[in-house]
Design a protein around this ligand. Sequence first.
Ligand code: ADP
Ligand code: MG
Length: 265
Amino acid sequence: MTDSNWSYTSNTPNLRLVRSYEVPVQPIQVSHVSVQYRQVKALEDVSVSVQPGRLTGLIGPNGAGKSTLLKAMLGLVPVTEGSVLYGEQALADKRDRIAYVPQRSQIDWQYPATVWDVVMMGRVRQAGFFRRFSTASRRKAQAALERVGMAEFRDRPIGQLSGGQQQRVFLARSLAQEADIFCFDEPFVGVDQKTETVLFQIFRSLANEGKVVLVVNHDLGESITHFDNLILLNRELIASGPREHVLNRDNLSQAYGGHVNFYAA
Ligand code: ADP
Ligand code: MG
């Protein structure tokens, strides 16, 4: 969570300087992906690439297949056709590089975990499930909580927080994970203005660090201007690319049907 790639470890009496091995983040290539649930064809022949270093919004009406596309990318639902590659490899095989925050409705808020427990889940893969968390892991989790402005809540049960606070804790967990690819499903639903501001600031800095940042968003209002790129979906891909290019009347009426208001600045 530091801005540099250098970190100090103090396991030995002498402070050691460690350079983490750095591989540039690759684009994600979705090719001809179709997903069929029992009755419903949720996605049909979707091909799109998601570029690192760009804040990318995934938009489209309710039931358009936005969540399904994220889940298909992560290997959480099977694709009936097509592939999702990260560089040369299947993205689903690189799960340790991905941080994913599902839609609110898919999270069990009664789960008896504190804010700290949730953020430390982001460190499980590095620590190994039954191993004790290292000092470095704790420090990273603490830094992530501070970055989202939730450090003072660390001992609170997650279920007792507001929607915005919960969303910031999940963002902290994804930061603690130190992933290359960040996927958020409707993170702005039911959150306060402060949370929206914090989320967009952090999404922007992740994109500036060269990460892949993909955010499902259904609001076409002013907040849409935060995104560099958009992917517009309605079961099929309608358009993708730079925001100014995607947001036009033709594309939007194709996706939403009829007249739709959007913020075009
Ligand atoms: P969005 O996130 O854009 O609102 P979804 O990806 O959730 O859309 O859903 C796309 C379509 O697939 C919808 O018609 C939805 O009802 C259907 N669907 C989603 N999940 C399932 C599921 N687990 N089983 C059956 N149908 C599903
Ligand atoms: Mg959804």
